[in-house]
Design a protein. Structure first.
Lengths: 112, 115
């Protein structure tokens, strides 16, 4: 079946540190890939997406590249801020499928 | 910016009671979804809805669950006889088109607590 595996959390970093949250996927086909973010007390918001191999999604300083050869979509940010503290979810959606399949989420805490 | 809204934000109910969770999707969207997240676990797909009928549902979405679009704006999830294990955050989502590249926009969620 289709699945998303995310880096176990929680992750705690100091402000201005470099961030990587690993995400790999298993899919029967060619999915679109997404990162969603959930800030405290809020719903899921789309952070970025990539729809085909080698595409790079980017938003708010975050980036992720769709790597078909390693079936990965790792999230990176060069310099994190306290306001980036949230739970980050990697997800996929197949071409013919209605639903998003999510990873377990990674809780990120940034310390000043 | 248009957004998906959900009410109530928190619902507490007794086991065996019926609950209705309400959602107002983005107004020009055509595809609607319910997901749930049990505390500490993955966000799981429940059901998708298009053109006034269910288009896909998961194993979780059994006979105790139903969805409805009673008017042009609301989209509801009904749980007929709640169980303790139904306690979760329930998210509604909508999208304008059914293609895989289209973004699903999520509401803030309803936290359901079954006692």
């Amino acid at each position: 079946g289709n699945s998303v595996t995310q880096m176990e959390g929680p992750v705690t970093l100091s402000e201005e540190a470099f961030l990587t949250i690993n995400c790999t996927y298993t899919a029967t086909g060619y999915p679109s890939l997404f990162w969603y973010v959930q800030y405290p007390g809020e719903g899921l918001q789309l952070l970025l997406k990539a729809t085909k191999a080698d595409d790079k999604g980017s938003n708010k300083g975050f980036e992720a590249t769709y790597r078909k050869e390693t079936t990965s979509f790792h999230l990176e940010k060069g310099s994190v801020q306290v306001s980036d503290s949230a739970v980050y979810f990697c997800a996929l959606r197949l071409v013919w499928d209605e639903k998003l399949t999510f990873g377990t989420g990674t809780r990120l805490t940034i310390i000043p | 910016e248009p957004e998906v809204t959900q009410t109530p934000s928190h619902q507490v109910t007794q086991m065996g009671q019926e609950v209705i969770l309400r959602c107002v999707p983005i107004s020009n969207h055509l595809y609607f979804y319910w997901y749930r997240q049990i505390l500490g676990q993955k966000v799981e797909f429940l059901v998708s809805f298009y053109n006034n009928e269910i288009s896909e549902k998961s194993e979780i979405f059994d006979d105790q669950f139903s969805v409805e679009r009673p008017d042009g704006s609301n989209f509801t999830l009904k749980i007929r006889s709640t169980k303790l294990e139904d306690s979760a955050m329930y998210f509604c989502a909508s999208t304008g088109a059914g293609v895989s590249t289209d973004t699903q926009y999520f509401g803030p969620g309803t936290r359901l607590t079954v006692l």
